[in-house]
Design a protein around this ligand. Structure first.
Ligand code: ZN
Length: 293
């Protein structure tokens, strides 16, 4: 070993010891444990934050603040709380700071969300041809649906495919209208090109929180079903030709809830499937690939 490499070895040893000591100190002084997954999230992913507070007798569940928004957490095991945080194509990639408040304990940490390139569509609208506008009633009902943060957790395991059709449009597609980039638009879900009348199933257990019909004013969404899976996780099914469930029904994974159609603002039959976490549309695909238990 040369003198230089011995020095390097000594220095790195000292550094390792210092880091170890500080880690021990940190864990013994602050026992509030926080785990964030996935390890390398990208825009559109759902962040899972699991919190184990130091004081199990804390009266209220911890909260998580990110991008100046504070989210509730839900009890998932003895003294273990969880929340899901949405990331979307409208956000900027990069580091965001997370603040976890659990009773008297506060923890700050940073999370890096990587970029993701979403496909781009160029749409040409003939002059004077404005798109169909949603009615105030449908906007109100859909907003109420997305705002649900039900403490009861209904689902278990990975989500099923809601329809057997091929995927015609993936999540997150951005658009230009007549050459102008639509800043607020992204495809808030996944489209399945199932034939009219083909069954739409509940991908996971939940409670039917919305059944809306064209006749009631669901002009853009068409006939729609909204499922509340609990813990701020909501799925939506748009443009249906048939509705097999009623509001308040509790459905099981795999149960037929309706059928593909072309109601509302569409150019052809398909199922638009949306998955909302804390009110924002995230990519449903990871929910099918792995278990968010
Ligand atoms: Zn769609």
């Amino acid at each position: 070993m040369s003198k230089r490499s011995i020095n390097y070895f000594k220095n790195s040893l000292v550094l390792t010891i210092a880091v170890t000591i500080s880690t021990i100190l940190a864990t013994s002084v602050k026992a509030l444990q926080v785990q964030v997954s996935p390890a390398k999230p990208r825009l559109g992913d759902t962040l899972t934050v699991v919190i184990t507070p130091d004081n199990p007798t804390a009266s209220s569940p911890p909260s998580v603040t990110i991008n100046k928004k504070t989210y509730p957490t839900f009890l998932i095991a003895a003294n273990k709380y969880r929340t899901f945080l949405p990331t979307t194509p409208l956000q900027k990639p990069g580091t965001r700071s997370l603040q976890i408040d659990a009773g008297a304990e506060t923890k700050r940490m940073s999370v890096f969300v990587g970029d993701r390139k979403f496909p781009v569509q160029r749409i040409r609208l003939s002059p004077g041809k404005a798109g169909l506008e949603a009615t105030p009633y449908e906007l109100k009902r859909v907003a109420e649906l997305k705002a649900l943060k039900t403490p009861q957790k209904y689902w278990n395991g990975a989500f099923l495919k809601p329809n057997k059709g091929r995927i015609s449009t993936i999540y997150g597609v951005r658009r230009y209208y007549n050459g102008k980039f639509a800043q607020d638009y992204y495809h808030r879900g996944v489209d399945y090109a199932g034939a009219t009348g083909s069954p739409v199933i509940a991908p996971a257990d939940g409670r039917i929180a919305l059944v809306g019909r064209v006749s009631q004013g669901f002009r853009v969404h068409g006939n729609i079903i909204g499922i509340d899976h609990g813990h701020g996780v909501i799925t939506t099914y748009l443009h249906l030709s048939r509705l097999n469930v009623q509001e308040g029904d509790v459905v099981k994974a795999g149960q037929v809830i309706g059928a593909v159609g072309s109601t509302g603002a569409v150019t052809g039959p398909h199922l638009h499937w949306g998955l909302y976490v804390q009110g924002e549309s995230v990519d449903p695909t990871p929910w099918r690939d792995r278990k968010f238990n």
